[in-house]
Design a protein around this ligand. Structure first.
Ligand SMILES: O=C(O)CCC(=O)C(=O)O
Length: 362
């Protein structure tokens, strides 16, 4: 079904199976444009200030941007350029990589989960597993040839180098998040085990009717931490806060970081894995490259003693990431927050917050 890919055609209208019902549409004129998503300067010398900014951002927004993060700006440019080159390949080349099987570790696909959905999303994406690199790189696309362009002296190719640098940044952020929760710096990296790393290279073609559909509808991320590289020239990411959608416009040389469901669970609900979505526009195609750090499949997700010792009971039951991930992919993206399904008995925890999807009327 590679003919479902959007990036292979030109679109004057949108097919009816991409059109959302009236009450589920993005209502772009209601979006808050001047968003104050916190920006954290990782180059600052005062570590305690970084910790306190991240603590506030994770608690109040679930999102923040980082600058002076240490990832090579030229490498980032190359990643975006190759992503665009990839989506411009001829249809027959892309068809070779197409799959709608969410279990496939390397696949070019479209929308979110076309096997399950009734309404599709205006997005194509290339999904790559990236850790351990040696295991997956041989199966990464070899076309365009720039995909295998050597980058640094250790001859990692562009994407291999990028994945390594992103992983290091992610671990650094997990360290700061641990400290911000009053835990030892290594805590989260240790309990998440040998973390998997996945990448979604998202491509949102120009859409003739952006008010009727989504690039990605409201969703939360099932993993631990997401490191998002936005197209520097085109906006599209929006985050839900206090009942409103706010735009996260691209900031030069910044990465957008968001807390995933597993950090919400491990922080015992203190930090938020918030709803976010990607909208499309009629003037410009847009790209983003999301890197997901995921707990090792077999680790048990359960809050640290320290966060339940102060009389706050565990909000969620313990589970393995394997169980969580399967549940996540068996649903539609914009159903209720997947963590809701892992909440402990409501009688034990009557005040546990609920997280219905903000774009789906109840
Ligand atoms: O394209 C974006 O800005 C958002 C991407 C995203 O949320 C995802 O890949 O899960």
């Amino acid at each position: 079904m590679a003919d479902m890919l959007l990036s292979t055609g030109v679109h004057d209208t949108i097919p009816s199976n991409y059109v959302r019902p009236e009450n589920e549409r993005p209502h772009l004129d209601h979006v808050i444009a001047d968003a104050n998503i916190p920006v954290v300067d990782f180059g600052a010398s005062d570590k305690s200030q970084i910790i306190s900014q991240i603590e506030k951002a994770c608690r109040l927004y679930g999102f923040f941007q980082v600058v002076n993060h240490g990832i090579d700006a030229e490498l980032v440019k190359k990643v975006l350029a190759i992503t665009l080159e990839f989506f411009r390949l001829p249809p027959e080349e892309k068809a070779k990589l197409y799959s709608d099987d969410p279990a496939k570790k390397i696949r070019l696909s479209t929308s979110f989960n076309v096997r399950k959905e009734t309404v599709h999303n205006w997005r194509d994406y290339l999904r790559l597993h990236c850790y351990p690199l040696e295991e997956f790189v041989p199966d990464w696309p070899s076309n365009p040839s720039s995909f295998n362009l050597p980058w640094d002296v250790v001859t990692r190719d562009v994407f291999g180098s990028y994945c390594k640098q992103v992983r290091q940044l992610g671990f650094r952020i997990l360290g700061i998040i641990s400290l911000s929760l009053g835990l030892e710096e290594e805590y989260l990296v240790r309990v998440l085990g040998e973390q998997e790393q996945h990448m979604a290279m998202n491509y949102y073609p120009k859409c003739p009717e952006p008010e009727l559909t989504y690039g990605l509808p409201a969703h939360t991320d099932p993993n631990a931490l997401t490191i998002l590289l936005q197209d520097p020239h085109v906006s599209g990411l929006q985050v839900h806060k206090d009942g409103k959608w706010i735009a996260v416009d691209p900031k030069p040389n910044a990465f957008v970081i968001n807390i995933g469901d597993q950090l919400q669970a491990l922080s015992n609900g203190r930090y938020k894995s918030v709803w976010h979505r990607a909208v499309v526009n009629s003037n410009k195609e847009r790209m983003s490259v999301a890197s997901f750090l995921c707990p090792c499949n077999s680790v048990l997700i359960s809050p640290p003693e320290k966060l339940i010792a102060d009389g706050s009971p565990a909000v969620y039951r313990s589970y393995t990431y394997d169980e969580y991930y399967k549940k996540f992919w068996s649903r539609n993206l914009d159903q209720e927050h997947c963590l809701e399904l892992f909440k402990r008995d409501r009688e034990t925890c009557p005040d546990a917050p609920t997280f219905p999807c903000p774009d789906t009327p109840t």
